[in-house]
Design a protein around this ligand. Structure first.
Ligand SMILES: *[C@@H]1O[C@H](CO)[C@@H](O)[C@H](O)[C@H]1NC(C)=O
Ligand SMILES: [Zn+2]
Length: 429
């Protein structure tokens, strides 16, 4: 019986990951800014993919299609950029990870475990958790939603304790899951919710601030990444472009109205960095814009959870110039990084804090962080969580690391929230 189940599992997995037959991934370590820029331009030239973002002196992880494998390695060698193999057989690795996730699911069920931070949750489990916490805390928590392209709710949890004098409080916004395959983000957002609502240890965070948390910005993509393609990044929308039936979805984090489709994005629906057919073409992005209108004027800190890379990144992403808030962005970013570091495991890399284009060597446009900063939110960050550690295989951290990552990140968010309130809280009065 046991053997039969396993055979059945592998059969499903086999059919599932066939498109990754022959793919490999590499650790690539640029030693200086010139190598970093060379690496990102090689990756762009062959439309390859960073699983873990690049920065100087760190191992990035690059996913390489078979047809570009030789030329990719040749170009790295030409530039004397150091690399080693991360995963030699991507399809086999994805099959292994699927089997591990399945095995873990049944263990969790058997033991009737109540922890939600020991595995990657199904979309329905995340939605149920949010509905439950809203139901149990009606005075503190409100659940709102938008609707995804395929009709799923995009849940938004508001945590707001009525104040005695009815003054409006500064808001902290946290979101996750805009990139489907970055599974650690939604877990980290749920952990923040549990700390704020269930445990409520840091009372000042509730007394003096309101929180808006969207743990799953792109539910269609997440669903697809869990059921069909674990490396899926985009939404699942189709539009009038004839290619969009064959290649659905856009990179929602390139679809916002900030230098849209001018830097680091693609106009080809089949690319992972497709910017969409027009500004705000994605309904998930339209919901983001609506939220900016509702909450933006009170928001002092916005954190978008991404992975992987252990980086805290800020504007401007399109050209590496700095905003008027650069000093605050850097100092608060460092405070967040230090708080995380104090709670991190020794084998986790230290966070790097800086301008996103300079740190990663990669230009971006139409991102949430730039869009919200441009529209007046003083502190906006991509918090790129740790994940693919040196000398590990796989594309998401082992589920045993989820709670640790969520916990240390929460320590950083606490410090960031307090600093943001002290620096900018009086702006909104
Ligand atoms: C979304 O919110 C509306 C109220 O605005 C509610 O009636 C509906 O049940 C919610 N949908 C889901 C799927 O949670
Ligand atoms: Zn991301």
């Amino acid at each position: 019986m046991r053997v039969l189940t396993l055979v059945a599992l592998f059969a499903v997995a086999y059919a599932k990951h066939e498109q990754y037959q022959g793919w490999k991934s590499y650790y690539v370590r640029p030693s200086d800014q010139t190598q970093l820029r060379s690496l990102t331009s090689i990756v762009q030239k062959y439309k390859l993919d960073f699983i873990s973002k690049a920065s100087v002196g760190r191992n990035a992880v690059v996913l390489v299609k078979p047809q570009y494998n030789d030329v990719f390695l040749r170009e790295l060698a030409d530039q004397t950029i150091a690399y080693t193999v991360h995963v030699n057989d991507v399809k086999a690795q994805l099959d292994i990870e699927d089997a591990q996730l399945e095995a873990r699911k049944s263990i969790t069920k058997d033991e009737d475990s109540t922890s939600i931070f020991d595995r990657y949750l199904e979309l329905e489990e995340i939605d149920a958790y949010l509905a439950d916490i809203a139901k149990k805390n009606p005075d503190l928590v409100t659940l709102q939603n938008g609707t995804s392209f395929e009709g799923r709710p995009i849940n938004l949890l508001k945590i707001s304790k009525p104040s005695d004098d009815e003054t409006e409080k500064p808001i902290i916004i946290i979101d996750a899951g805009i990139h489907s395959r970055e599974w650690i983000g939604p877990s980290t957002a749920l952990y923040a919710i549990s700390k704020l609502v269930d445990e409520a240890i840091e009372q000042d965070l509730i007394d003096e601030l309101d929180w808006v948390i969207l743990p799953m910005v792109n539910p269609d993509g997440y669903k697809y990444s869990r059921t069909t393609d674990p490396l899926w990044v985009k939404t699942r929308s189709t539009d009038n472009d004839e290619k969009s039936v064959e290649c659905p979805g856009a990179d929602a984090n390139s679809n916002f109205d900030f230098y849209w489709n001018l830097f680091g994005t693609s106009s080809d629906p089949c690319d992972d960095n497709y910017a969409g057919s027009k500004v705000h073409s994605e309904v998930e992005v339209q919901y983001g814009q609506q939220n900016l209108e509702e909450f933006g004027y009170r928001t002092v800190l916005y954190i978008s959870l991404h992975s992987y890379g252990s980086q805290i990144l800020y504007s401007w992403g399109h050209d590496g110039t700095l905003s008027q808030q650069a000093f605050a962005l850097q100092t608060v970013g460092i405070s967040i990084a230090n708080a995380i570091q104090q709670n991190a495991k020794p084998n986790y890399p230290r966070y790097i804090v800086g301008n996103s284009a300079l740190v990663t060597g990669q230009q971006t446009s139409g991102s949430t962080v730039d869009y919200l900063h441009y529209n007046g939110i003083p502190l906006t960050y991509n918090l790129v969580l740790p994940g693919v550690l040196d000398n590990t295989r796989g594309f998401n951290p082992d589920p045993t690391e989820i709670e640790q990552i969520a916990k240390e990140t929460w320590a950083g968010i606490v410090v960031g929230a307090r600093r943001a309130k002290d620096l900018f809280g009086n702006w909104i009065k």
